[in-house]
Design a protein. Structure first.
Length: 469
């Protein structure tokens, strides 16, 4: 996989930020290269034009130069700028001396006794490129450096002399430098504005382009949290197939749940009917064999009820997307019903739970979990039962059921919480309900713990997945 693709699909990173960052980086690099190329090209063109102008000056000086008996003589050049002192346009003629330097033979009046800057390597370069014109920059001939010059030099021969001369011309490049700086400022300002506009456009394009994906993410999260059962919105043609596939997956999951419920119900009916017949027949017949058959049938019936509930809960927990059950409603219904059932004991159930608290699962399972805990608490309480529920954060809720009965020793609490252990066998009188609660809770990824209550009896602490508000 290419590095850029691996970087884009890297997990736990925002794709939007990565796309914006990558596009912005490319835009900045492209604009910087564009600005540098434009500025360099403009400056190169300006210096090329200046070099052509200097070449013309050198040609004028060569034409005006003649050899006489007294030596080199340069006729007056009809260029007023070369006659005015420090005017910004200069020429100079010299020859290479024995030391490898340039000895000046003639110069324009505009130099006012000064000399053009001669690079130490210039004679060697001119000999290697005889007849060609070489150009370079000079920081300036004035003491304050107010005239940065562009200098051109060429080595040429004159009739009547074998030794060649060095012809040089210089012109003030201040105006060219100022134009270049102005062009660079304008170019970089325009490119900066363009870059900001492009980055903003990329940001808006990415945000708008990915907005349907963000909306789809929200809808899927609502399904997972129990706020919706399906994806209902219409999406662009590029994303609509994904939404449809998610809905098909949800439909398939619901179909699997319904099918498993049907199978579990059929299995329960197929097993319970023969067991009921065996219990009825053994109850009507006296003798040791009938007693054995009756006890074992009751054990089998309890085990069937236990494992069928467990299988049914596991199926609902695994495929129960979109289920959201208000906790306060379930507790209120159970409290009203159990107070009537245990009216003879005058049991008082004190409960509290926020209205917005919801269980991420089916109502039937929450009724069975809390119903068993509250029924056991009512059964073993003296008179008072307390139930409280609330959110604990991280998508979890906690429900606590307490009673003021005799409670359960710590060693027996550990024993009854073992996976697959029946409470009526390890702690007589407590019934099978606690084992069912434990299995249902585990099926939803929760946890059930037992402890001593401040009321004096047993406290059951239940952790279950909560639906977001």
């Amino acid at each position: 996989m290419p590095w850029w693709r691996a970087w884009l699909v890297r997990p736990r990173r925002s794709l939007t930020r990565r796309l914006i960052w990558l596009a912005s980086a490319w835009i900045i690099v492209a604009l910087m290269l564009t600005g540098w190329m434009l500025t360099s090209q403009y400056q190169e063109s300006a210096l090329r034009r200046l070099g052509n102008q200097l070449g013309a000056v050198i040609d004028d000086v060569v034409i005006a130069s003649v050899m006489t008996d007294e030596g080199l003589r340069v006729a007056e050049i009809k260029d007023a700028q070369t006659l005015r002192g420090l005017s910004g346009k200069y020429w100079m003629v010299g020859e290479v001396d024995a030391g490898g330097g340039v000895r000046i033979l003639a110069r324009s009046p505009s130099l006012a006794g000064e000399s053009l800057y001669v690079d130490p390597a210039l004679p060697t370069r001119l000999k290697a490129a005889f007849g060609a014109t070489l150009t370079y920059n000079d920081p300036g001939i004035l003491p304050d450096g107010a005239q940065p010059l562009r200098i051109a030099a060429s080595m040429k021969s004159l009739p009547g002399r074998e030794t060649p001369f060095v012809f040089m011309a210089g012109v003030d490049r201040s105006e060219i430098d100022a134009d270049t700086r102005q062009f660079a400022t304008f170019t970089w300002t325009a490119l900066l504005i363009l870059g900001i506009g492009l980055v903003i456009a990329v940001f808006l394009q990415v945000q708008v382009g990915l907005r349907p994906l963000f909306d789809l993410q929200v809808e899927i999260a609502n399904v997972r949290k129990g706020r919706a059962a399906r994806i209902e919105r219409d999406y662009p043609v590029e994303i609509q197939p994904l939404a449809e596939q998610v809905n098909r997956l949800l439909d398939h999951n619901q179909e699997v749940v319904d099918r498993q419920r049907t199978h579990v119900g059929n299995l329960a009916h197929a097993l319970k009917t023969p067991l009921s017949v065996m219990l009825a027949e053994s109850g009507s017949e006296p003798g040791a064999l009938a007693n054995v058959v009756r006890r074992q049938s009751e054990i089998m019936k309890g085990q069937v009820d236990h494992h069928l509930r467990r299988a049914r809960a596991a199926a609902r927990a695994a495929h129960g997307l979109g289920e959201r059950t208000p906790v306060a409603e379930v507790i209120d219904e159970l409290a009203v019903m159990l107070e009537r059932v245990f009216q003879s004991k005058d049991v008082e159930i004190d409960w509290r739970a926020p209205d917005e608290l919801a269980f991420l699962g089916e109502r039937q399972d929450l009724q069975e979990i809390l119903g068993n805990l509250m029924e056991n608490a009512c059964k073993w309480s003296t008179r008072r039962v307390r139930v409280s529920a609330g959110a604990s954060g991280l998508g979890q809720m906690i429900a606590v059921v307490e009673d003021d009965g005799q409670g359960l020793p710590a060693d027996q609490r550990e024993a009854v919480m073992k996976r697959g252990t029946r409470l009526d066998e390890d702690a007589p009188g407590s019934g099978l309900g606690l084992a069912i609660v434990d299995d249902l809770t585990r099926a939803y990824g929760g946890r059930l713990t037992l402890a001593a209550s401040e009321l004096g009896g047993l406290k059951a602490v239940l952790e279950l997945p909560a639906a977001d508000e």
